[in-house]
Design a protein around this ligand. Structure first.
Ligand SMILES: Cc1cc2nc3c(=O)[nH]c(=O)nc-3n(C[C@H](O)[C@H](O)[C@H](O)COP(=O)(O)OP(=O)(O)OC[C@H]3O[C@@H](n4cnc5c(N)ncnc54)[C@H](O)[C@@H]3O)c2cc1C
Length: 393
């Protein structure tokens, strides 16, 4: 087993052989991946060393001290947080070797083609179909709310391959090439004025069978790997104390004493404490991840994150009074990054509305907590054994 000392030595060798000051950023990241120091808990040859996940911090500290460049987790959030663990758990060796390196280095951005106009919370009802044709699958359908589809090279995609099976059983999971001529990406403008997400139309898109993850018809189980990791990656990202939304509100509070009232003071303190509790609970969740158990508790974390972001950004707008109503600009942009805390208070307030929808709505996450964490009786599901083609739509 690789221990901390060995990792430190390997990191120093990497730094000697590829001095950050004189090495191209991408070349450095590629060399880091090849040295197994990208995500140390991944297998040898796939950016890791089969080491305990907790030891990543040893590598990160050495690299940060040497001023080494890092990849940009915000730019590659979907790839890193969702596609990579799914590819690792369910992809063939060839698929893992092809996709993980450019994903981690940030050379290839990923998006998630799951939601459809008639299948969001009830994702298993999806209608995009994939039909086998020789060595390929031919995919037709429409996806929606696809973050980063306009910058993505690859997508994780779920499609119906057996309409005669009940809805959860006739789904298969694929990796889709977003540069295929059958893929059309159209921007959807959001409440913020930006178009982070898109509609995606798939017409006769050919996906090689080699780009299937998991067995035919087993896509729902594969999707669970993605969804579990999605909630943890949205709700449990590492932030410093007073990072995120509470940091913005606290800064305004400190810098603008003339805006303070007793009532707002009380609410700010309540939110500060809640934010700190959520931050520390997120730390615990990450430790669970280190132990290889993303778990349904990630849903509670994501729920808390959404509620807090909305409450704190609302407080900040209130604190700023008339100023809080000013909105920077309304020019339509298609940003490369999803930026929860960026721009002005009005932007934060509007962007946080999406926090309780993206990655699973708060209502649905409450159902998951009720059923899978608390063991309460499940919602009635009358359509479990009905063929998908016979469901009312
Ligand atoms: C900013 C943003 C980014 C997104 N990015 C992506 C992406 O990259 N890829 C992707 O695939 N999707 C993405 N989505 C889609 C998102 O996952 C869906 O919008 C979400 O799952 C909800 O589905 P829906 O919009 O169809 O709403 P519906 O499922 O129609 O829900 C409507 C309302 O009914 C409630 N509801 C539904 N079922 C139940 C139930 N059983 N019990 C109680 N209440 C219920 C919901 O909570 C919600 O309030 C994104 C969404 C947003 C807002």
């Amino acid at each position: 087993m690789t221990d901390a000392e060995e990792l430190r030595a390997r990191t120093r060798t990497l730094l000697e052989e590829h001095p950050p000051a004189t090495t191209d950023r991408t070349d450095f990241l590629r060399a880091r991946f090849d040295a197994g120091l990208a995500w140390v808990h991944y297998p040898v040859g796939l950016g890791g060393l089969d080491a305990p996940r907790a030891l990543q911090s040893v590598v990160d500290a050495e690299l940060a001290a040497a001023g080494a460049p890092d990849n940009d987790p915000r730019k590659i959030g979907i790839g890193l947080g969702m596609a990579a663990p799914t590819v690792l758990a369910h992809g063939s060796d060839e698929v893992k070797r092809r996709f993980l390196r450019p994903l981690w280095v940030g050379e290839e951005v990923w998006c998630q083609l799951f939601s459809e106009p008639g299948a969001g919370s009830d994702l298993a009802a999806l209608a995009t179909r994939a039909v086998r044709d020789g060595e390929d699958w031919v995919v037709d359908g429409q996806k929606v709310w696809t973050s980063s589809a306009h910058t993505a090279r690859w997508a994780i995609l779920i499609a119906r391959t057996d309409p005669d099976a009940p809805k959860h059983r006739g789904i298969t999971y694929f990796v889709c090439d977003m540069t295929d001529p059958g893929v059309e990406v159209r921007p959807l403008r959001q409440i913020t004025g930006e178009a982070e997400f898109n509609e995606v139309f798939l017409t006769g898109v050919r996906i090689p069978d080699a780009h299937r993850l998991g067995e035919v018809g087993d896509g729902w189980r594969v999707a669970q790997t993605t969804l579990m990791n999605e909630r943890v990656s949205i709700g449990g990202s590492r932030i410093p104390r007073e990072g995120g939304m509470i940091g913005k509100a606290a800064t305004t509070w400190r810098e603008r004493p003339e805006l303070r009232t007793h009532e707002l003071h009380r609410r700010l303190l309540d939110h500060w404490v809640d934010a700190e509790v959520a931050r520390l609970a997120g730390e615990r969740l990450r430790q669970q991840l280190v132990a290889g158990r993303p778990g349904p508790e990630g849903s509670a974390m994501k729920l808390a994150f959404a509620r807090l972001n909305q409450a704190i950004s609302g407080l900040e707008v209130e604190l700023l009074g008339d100023e809080g109503l000013l909105y920077g600009e309304w020019e339509m942009r298609r940003p490369n990054l999803v930026d929860f805390t960026g721009r002005d208070a009005g932007y934060r307030y509007l962007r946080s509305k999406g926090n309780s929808i993206e990655g699973g709505t708060s209502e649905v996450l409450l159902n998951i907590v009720a059923e899978r964490v608390l063991g309460l009786p499940p919602e009635p599901r009358n359509d479990k054994d009905v063929a998908w083609k016979d469901l009312a739509r």
